[in-house]
Design a protein around this ligand. Structure first.
Ligand SMILES: [Ca+2]
Length: 193
């Protein structure tokens, strides 16, 4: 009988705990979500599936693009493509470095500590074949969360994480052509910690 499956009853109790302690566990739950496995059939399984689906919807609805409109600094910017264009929510604008540097960085201050569950990088024409994503709770307390590399102009990259941070910094290196970098938008999805 599925109704008496102790593992399933445990899962329902865990779900009760997650719901009771939201929002602290929202980010953790989202991270665990792909691993949730429920046996098919049976009234209690259906109940668990329904509650998990409802919880996932609540988690997604609670998240916003934390980066939009936040304070942003960089190694260099141009008059036509200032730092703010990387976090203005517009696909029609972009931040660009000045020419001549084969490395660069752009940093966002969220104003307070947040949970970040996933990141979207929308590259401009001038991308980095090597990038590093660093996070910090306090100034200077940098920790590398992710490394990667873009492979084409205007590429959109997205990755999941479970980061708790106030400051984030994207360091760029190895441009394929001109010594220049550009980003259309950096999106940080999550919620206050
Ligand atoms: Ca933009």
């Amino acid at each position: 009988m599925i109704d008496s499956d102790p593992q399933l009853i445990d899962a329902l109790e865990v779900l009760d705990l997650v719901e009771a302690t939201m929002p602290d566990l929202r980010c953790a739950m989202r991270s665990l979500w792909p691993g949730v496995h429920v046996r098919a059939g049976g009234p209690r399984t259906n109940l668990l599936e329904q509650r998990c689906a409802a919880l996932a919807e609540r988690i997604a609805a609670a998240e916003t693009d934390l980066a939009q409109g936040k304070a942003v600094t960089s190694s260099s910017e141009t008059v036509a493509h200032p730092n703010e264009h990387a976090v203005d929510g517009l696909a029609s604008t972009s931040w660009s470095t000045t020419d001549g540097a084969t490395t660069a960085w752009i940093q966002i201050d969220l104003g307070s500590v947040h949970w970040i569950s996933h990141v979207k990088l929308h590259w401009g024409v001038y991308y980095a074949r090597v990038w590093t994503w660093d996070i910090a709770v306090t100034p200077g307390d940098w920790e590398t969360s992710r490394m990667g590399g873009a492979t084409a102009p205007m590429q959109k990259e997205e990755f999941d994480c479970l980061d708790r941070a106030r400051y984030v910094r994207l360091s760029l290196a190895d441009p394929p052509g001109l010594a220049r970098f550009s980003m259309v938008e950096i999106e940080l999805w999550g919620e206050p910690a």
